[in-house]
Design a protein around this ligand. Structure first.
Ligand SMILES: C[S@@+](CC[C@H](N)C(=O)[O-])C[C@H]1O[C@@H](n2cnc3c(N)ncnc32)[C@H](O)[C@@H]1O
Length: 253
């Protein structure tokens, strides 16, 4: 039985977030941290968008600040928090992740989320340093980045062999100026980025190992089986490293 299996079988305070191939593994890791720390936590979600993680965390009793560059995303977050009855526990701050250091009080957060953001900011090392500085000693960071290997496989399987070759050869893992992302990571590179900011990486999981490769009829037709399989493969080589995204859970010593 893996750690994820044990966590999923343990009812926690965090009831309710929808478990999809995109979220199940991340929630398993977060739930383990929340169960370890029974108090209401101060959470910072950088690039938290419309609140897919922030609102369930607020529903579980935690105080969440979402910093995001998009006013539209923050408006949707505010509506969603109000509809969920947790508006008083969700704070929306418009701001650039690259300027995070000036937006957040140092040493104030128990948990920092930074999901699908480091691929698009100007200076990921500076953002990670600001995430680390925002954490209290002992606080944890949940970081989700785009996986490089999956992008190469995905382009190749769709017949775009030239794009796959460009992606594989590019040091940043992008396919040139038309790529929507500025960089992608492998597990070692992402861990090194967090380590350079003084964070200690405790766990790395693959997110969407299979989900993006399956025909829609399979993914849509067997959602529970797919979530189970994703969880079973998430921590295991070679599957983890082929995932569309890599989830790193790290701690400030
Ligand atoms: C792909 S979405 C991810 C949303 C959410 N974290 C999730 O995983 O569902 C990226 C989010 O980052 C925000 N974003 C992009 N660039 C940013 C920046 N430089 N600073 C802050 N937020 C940024 C976008 O507005 C968007 O809400």
């Amino acid at each position: 039985m893996t750690r994820l299996d044990r966590v999923e079988q343990t009812p926690g305070r965090l009831a309710g977030p929808p478990l999809t191939p995109r979220t199940a593994v991340i929630w398993s890791v977060l739930r383990a941290e929340l169960e370890r720390r029974p108090d209401a936590l101060t959470v910072l979600d950088v690039g938290g968008g419309t609140g897919g993680f922030a609102v369930p965390l607020a529903q579980a009793g935690h105080r969440v600040t979402v910093v995001d560059a998009s006013p539209d995303a923050l408006a949707a977050l505010t509506r969603r928090a109000a509809e969920a009855g947790v508006a008083e526990r969700v704070r929306a701050v418009q701001g650039d992740g690259d300027a995070l250091a000036g937006l957040v009080e140092p040493g104030s957060a128990d948990l920092v989320l930074c999901h699908a953001v480091l691929e698009v900011v100007d200076d990921p090392a500076a953002v990670v340093a600001a995430l680390a500085a925002a954490l209290r000693p002992g606080g944890a960071a949940s970081v989700l980045v785009a996986g490089r290997a999956a992008a190469v496989l995905g382009r190749a399987m769709n017949g775009h062999l030239d794009v796959a070759a460009a992606l594989a050869a590019d040091p940043a893992g992008t396919a040139g100026s038309r790529d929507t992302l500025r960089r992608r990571y492998d597990a070692d590179g992402a861990a090194a980025l967090l380590g350079a900011a003084g964070l200690v990486v405790e766990e790395i999981h693959g997110v969407r190992v299979l989900a993006d490769l399956l025909p829609a009829a399979v993914a849509d037709g067997q959602p529970a089986a797919l979530v189970e399989l994703e969880r079973a493969l998430a921590a295991r080589a070679p599957w983890r490293d082929l995932a569309a995204q890599l989830h790193l859970f790290a701690r400030r010593p």
